[in-house]
Design a protein around this ligand. Sequence first.
Ligand SMILES: Cc1cc2nc3c(=O)[nH]c(=O)nc-3n(C[C@H](O)[C@H](O)[C@H](O)COP(=O)(O)O)c2cc1C
Length: 163
Amino acid sequence: MRVLIAYATKYGTTETIAGRVRDRLPGQVDLVNLKMSPDPPVEQYDVVLVGGSIYAGRIRPEVMKFCERHQEALTATRVGVFISCLYDAEQGGDQIGANFPGWLLTHAFGRYNVGGAVQFSRLRLVDRIIMQKVAKVSSDLSDISESEIDRIIADVTSITGAA
Ligand SMILES: Cc1cc2nc3c(=O)[nH]c(=O)nc-3n(C[C@H](O)[C@H](O)[C@H](O)COP(=O)(O)O)c2cc1C
């Protein structure tokens, strides 16, 4: 069984989370940054996890483009969708619903909000201003959801049949 984790990130949190998921899954698990490799060979995988971070309510554009371009291959395999964000479960759920195409949400075996993090000092000026003015945040934040990562691991291992 082969697993693909296809992700998009702005500052690296989604990549860190994707790496943690990979490290906990048995078998071959390939991580692909969609900004560097927008067209991984989806048809070669038994399970695909696709996701990215949310900015101003929108997922990274590479994720949308990947889903559109690979609709046929994605519908032919098992897919889980995830977002990295800082909103709570309810708003996070809304953001998942708003950021993946309907056909994929219907097809997906799971939807996951893995939480997120911000390293304030690393933000570009415009993002720093948005965080300060809109979110009233001006220091580092980390709220990665271990329970959602656990849920991904449980769901994927139940599909791949591994313990
Ligand atoms: C400028 C800015 C805007 C953001 N907008 C949202 C948002 O609309 N909704 C949300 O839940 N999180 C929002 N976040 C939080 C990010 O989604 C979160 O920090 C995520 O983990 C970043 O992942 P990345 O480093 O992989 O890009 C925002 C963060 C920044 C810096």
